[in-house]
Design a binder for this molecule. Sequence first.
Ligand code: PFF
Length: 471
Amino acid sequence: MSENNSGFNSYFGFLMAAIGSAIGFGNIWGFPYKMGTHGGFAFLICYLVLCVFVGFIIMFGELFLGRREQKGPVGTYMMVGKRNNKNFMFMGWLAMLSAVFLMGFYCTLGGYVFKYMIANLGSMFHASWGVNADAATYFTTFVTDQGQAVIWAILFVVVTALICIGGVSGGIENFCKIGMPLLFLILIIMIVKAALLPGSAAGFAFIFKPQWSALAGKSLITTLGSAGGQMFFSLSLGMGAMITYGSYLGKNNNLQKSSITIVFFDTLAAVMAACAVFPAVFAFGLEPAGGPGLLFVTMQNVFDSMGAVGPLFGFLFYLLTTIAGVSSSISLLEVATVSLQELTGKGELKDGWSRMKAILVSSAIILVLNVIVAADGLGGTGMPQPLGFCWLDFFDLFSEGLMMPFGALVMALIIGWITGKDAVLAEATLEGEKFPAINFYMFCTKIIAPIGMAFILLGQIDSFFSLGLFS
Ligand code: PFF
């Protein structure tokens, strides 16, 4: 490994960075709504089962591959191919392209969150740049104001790039070591505030009340599809983020415990986000929603209804969302950067472009994609739409819809059928650690996780093209 790229300084730093990659917008606007509308506690059970049989399996697989090869996705798959006389180069490309497509719209959303954080700060001081219209009007006016949306998106790309330029330990690790504990602290404050609002109980009921019908008959397929799509995206799987971070993980750290810890904290943050959001939404008699509508209209409505303390809680909430977004976007840029270095170095970081050049080139490409997405204003500015999708959904289709689930599916197959048990065991027990569940692991990575990922891939295609297969 070369310049700036010598890994994390501490195991705590690694954990915070990996948990930071996992906790993102998906946890805050995806999980709570899906849980509320797909069976409450019944959804949570499906989600946890999928985490054990698919999420943990792939998380461990990515960390294992990255740490064994000590390389990013391109170098790792080249090495895995070489060891087995095969060519897995396409997997490296897939990882890099999914990262770029995902970043192609993630930063636009990040720009929206920045804007809302600053606007709520403005409202605290009754400034003219505060939130100055009702939530729905404010949002539509902002996203369709192309100049503004583009500038905030560019700012988000620049912040992400600057942190990565700071280096793996100097930038990414330091940001996450402070950001993650702060994020959990703000989540606790938001939950307490929401729980104390009169009428919040209906929100807790919306999230947690088990609707067992969600597990009966055909509904089970819908529930599993929704939980599976949410799970692999939320855990940052299938595009080499955990391979890349795994390559910075010390050989003396336990791979099994690390995987479990990341899955645990990501799920905890998602459930906590649900407890912070929906009790407040119901307390003010608002309609539950998902996606950008939840984050930018419903939640802003909540803060507008809170009276004098509203802007303070609004600022805290969007700060928390900013931390979640940035800690994810830096992991995506890191994947793109390292992959580009390795591609130009024929699998070797040291022979390819410098880290700085790779960061600048990937950021420039990502910036261009985000200019398109931001200018499109979620399809509200009259720009031509590809295949009938708004540009955000179009890029999302490639990354979250197709490439990521496909990448995770193939990776599980490679570990199960090609890399094999002995190699997994050798890497996971380097320091004499026990791996009592190795047979369970191998069974899952050979059979259960690939079936699960194939099902999730189908579910993603179904939901993007509204085919109705799962409903
Ligand atoms: N896990 C992030 C979220 O929940 O928003 C999204 C993500 C980040 C996916 C990084 C993949 C990745 F590599």
